[in-house]
Design a protein around this ligand. Structure first.
Ligand code: SAM
Length: 287
């Protein structure tokens, strides 16, 4: 048996030593070095198109909907009236695609640091980059951390769809970023950030949640299944200015008709509730 096959891409990062995910590659569609990071787009045999930044998988065509729907709809359905939403990162367009579907959202502002990621996604990942076509969206190219310093009392929900805490994203995982987001929110506002996995990054999950708890009167960690992320799981840190919020109780219960209308494939009102139920070892670590 040939266990060392050719034409396989293996994810590489010091963050997850000793074990990682591989894809069988049909074709390398794009490879370049931008001002901020190495950008790679693969066409794979089983997971469709895959975006890789600095050697780390960002999304695959097969399972991206799980991540995009959960990071968008957990905070949006926790909010009573999320009219104005800020997305930080999200250069593939998938989160904008989902946020635009929410019936109460009127305006979306997005700040992505790397214009090249946006261009490459428009060319090779149109199923996500369709999000950039929304009339609700105003897209800026710039650093989300710097952007946040110049905005106060403006957004109902801030979604940080960031790459992992290396390179340009390091600042988005610091406590002062949570403090800046807090000032950028309107009363009752909610933040939701990509925050790593319970299997590989529990210390990172713990510190991100701690920063959020230090700044917000209510905070929680929620989980989703995404096979192509390390360990097949990803999580989100959510914070709210409303101390009495019940994160596991969505403000609007979706019918199966609503789910169809919004073309939801992962998120539903039951999975919203379930996302906040954590395994025992995680509960005690995060307590
Ligand atoms: N779903 C993905 C994940 O969990 O790995 C993230 C996808 S999205 C492609 C991440 C984006 O964050 C990248 O396009 C990257 O350029 C952007 N980004 C990283 N640091 C940033 C910053 N400081 N400000 C704005 N965007 C940033």
């Amino acid at each position: 048996m040939d266990l060392f096959k050719k034409n396989w891409f293996t994810e590489s990062s010091d963050m997850w030593p000793g074990g990682t995910f591989s894809f069988e590659v049909k074709e390398v569609l794009h490879s370049e070095k931008s001002e901020f990071q190495d950008i790679l787009v693969l066409d794979t045999t089983t997971f469709g198109r895959v975006l890789v930044l600095d050697g780390i998988v960002q999304c695959s065509q097969k399972d991206e909907f799980s991540y995009q729907e959960m990071i968008s709809f957990l905070p949006l359905f926790c909010h009573k009236n999320p009219e104005k939403v800020l997305i930080v990162g999200g250069g593939d367009g998938g989160v904008a695609r989902e946020v635009a579907k929410h019936p109460q959202v009127k305006q979306i502002v997005q700040v992505e640091i790397d214009a090249k990621v946006i261009d490459v996604s428009k060319k090779y990942l149109p199923f996500m980059a369709v999000g950039f076509e929304s009339e609700k969206l105003k897209l800026h190219v710039g650093d989300g951390f710097e952007f946040m310093k110049n905005h106060s009392n403006e957004f109902d929900v801030i979604i940080t769809d960031s790459s992992d805490p290396v390179g340009p994203a390091v600042n988005l995982f610091q406590e002062n970023y949570f403090a800046l987001m807090k000032s950028a929110l309107r009363p009752g506002g909610i933040v939701c950030s990509q925050a790593g996995t319970i299997w590989n990054d529990l210390d990172m999950v713990t510190s991100t949640l701690k920063f959020c708890r230090n700044q917000f009167p209510a905070a929680a960690y929620a989980i989703a299944s995404v096979p192509t992320y390390p360990s097949g799981q990803i999580g989100f840190v959510i914070g709210s200015l409303d101390k009495d919020i019940k994160f596991d109780t969505p403000q609007m219960k979706l019918s199966s008709e609503d789910e169809k209308k919004m073309n939801l494939r992962y998120y539903n009102s039951d999975i919203h509730k379930a996302a906040f139920v954590l395994p025992t070892f995680v509960k005690s670590h995060l307590a």
